[in-house]
Design a protein around this ligand. Structure first.
Ligand SMILES: [Zn+2]
Length: 428
């Protein structure tokens, strides 16, 4: 299959034609011609390497009523993603080679993005003993990211042992940083607003204490640590300190923590209930700055689909989590690009290059250059649209952006030269 993309702006820079042939970029330049090619008019569209998500909940196996590998893959492709890491808190938990291979195969069958399974750190996410990390790493799924996400690996001795194991596997532990003894019954960010609304608070210190502990452990062991969904200004300062000391730590921030604050809890609408919770204006400013400076390495969605009965209830009874895949790039455009904090190369770095490196994905996050995989997206940065949850490809509807106008529309996505999204529609 040969595709000639006409007049795109690679990384938002000068217009160029991009020729895709046999799954690779064959040429980038002015006025290319290829008589056999299918032509895509991309005038005004920004070309970026396909996005890589380090943190996606696909819910299969176990909660196929909320999402499946196929519906989540479709949502991902529509968001400009070409690879997603599928979190391990499924039912059964992805804590064996068998389950991670099942998820990996389902991803291959869906064929819209590379679904990269995350392996659980501990058996059943129970935080008691280590799962079969080596068997998952050696499986067909080639697991390199291990996480009990949803739960924190709270026992420091177990966390130390997990870091020692993943070091030998060239892997990384992705920690959901939450000291459970400080968040019992927590419903929202702990502060003036939680007191006024009468909801139990989730203090910033519960996140920061675990990050501080874990960067010390990672430094001591000499292993790689990745911190999931950083949400507080204090966390950014701890990461800055750790990186300045040479600790091999990376971190992600979610689109919702870049845009939304605890003010959203005022109406008690559970669509805004999430873990870690939405924080303050000052925290939002700090995580944006941290992402701009590279102290936070990546944007990761924490896409968390929930069935209606789990989300449309009283605040206290609702499950935490929100959709993210289809709007992530738009939120980054709104919060980072239109504010001047990141240019398009910066977006490519934080949403493709660095997450691919953290996950050890060799064929993602590559430059838009001849010889490289034809894995990319084309974005209309000028388009603006109001988010309609009913129009989403996800099986769930819990989007915190419902009714909000956001910039940027993914028009085309290619995975190894094969179109997965054409004119804003999934190809399968
Ligand atoms: Zn989490």
């Amino acid at each position: 299959m040969t595709v000639l993309i006409r007049g795109a702006r690679p990384y938002g820079e000068d217009a160029a034609d991009i020729l895709l042939r046999d799954g690779h970029v064959a040429a980038v330049g002015g006025s290319l011609s290829a008589p056999d090619a299918e032509v895509v008019d991309a005038a005004g569209l920004v070309a970026l390497p396909g996005l890589v998500d380090l943190h996606t909940h696909l819910r299969e196996p176990g909660r196929e009523d909320a999402e499946t590998v196929e519906t989540g893959s479709r949502a991902a492709a529509l968001g400009g993603y070409t690879a997603v890491h599928a979190m391990a808190n499924t039912d059964p938990v992805a804590d064996t080679a068998g389950v991670v291979e099942q998820v990996w195969r389902l991803g291959q069958q869906a064929g819209l993005v590379d679904v990269v399974p995350v392996g659980a750190v501990t058996v059943g996410l129970r935080g008691e003993r280590l799962a079969e990390l080596g068997a998952m790493a050696d499986s067909a799924a080639r697991v390199r990211v291990f996480s009990d996400d949803g739960m924190c690996v709270a026992d420091p001795a177990l966390m130390r042992r997990a870091l020692e194991y993943v070091k030998a596997l060239d892997g990384v532990v992705a920690q959901h940083a939450e000291e459970p003894r400080l968040t019992t019954g927590a419903q929202m960010h702990e502060g003036d607003r939680s007191a006024r609304l009468g909801l139990t608070g989730w203090p910033a210190a519960a996140e920061e204490a675990i990050i501080a502990r874990d960067v010390l452990l990672a430094g001591h062991v000499g292993a790689r640590l990745h911190v999931c969904h950083v949400s507080t200004a204090g966390s950014v300062e701890i990461l800055r300190w750790a990186k300045s000391r040479g600790v091999q730590v990376t971190a992600e921030v979610t689109p919702h923590h870049l845009l939304l604050t605890d003010e959203c809890a005022e109406g008690y609408d559970p669509v805004f209930k999430v873990n870690p919770p939405l924080r303050t204006d000052a925290d939002v400013a700090a995580v944006r700055r941290g992402l701009a400076e590279g102290v936070i390495d990546a944007v990761a969605t924490d896409h968390a689909p929930h069935a209606v009965e789990d989300k449309e209830s009283e605040w206290a009874g609702a499950r935490p989590g929100m959709l993210g895949l289809e709007q992530a790039l738009s939120v980054v455009v709104a919060t980072m690009v239109e504010t001047g904090l990141l240019d398009w190369r910066g977006v490519a770095d934080r949403m493709s290059v660095r997450p691919a490196a953290i996950g050890r994905l060799e064929t993602h996050g590559r430059p838009l250059a001849p010889g490289e995989p034809a894995t990319l997206l084309l974005l209309d940065p000028a388009a603006r649209a109001v988010v309609d949850p009913a129009a989403l490809a996800s099986r769930s509807r819990n989007s915190p952006y419902a009714g909000r106008e956001l910039p940027g529309r993914v028009v085309h996505t290619f995975l190894r030269g094969v179109p997965t999204v054409t004119d804003g529609k999934a190809t399968r």
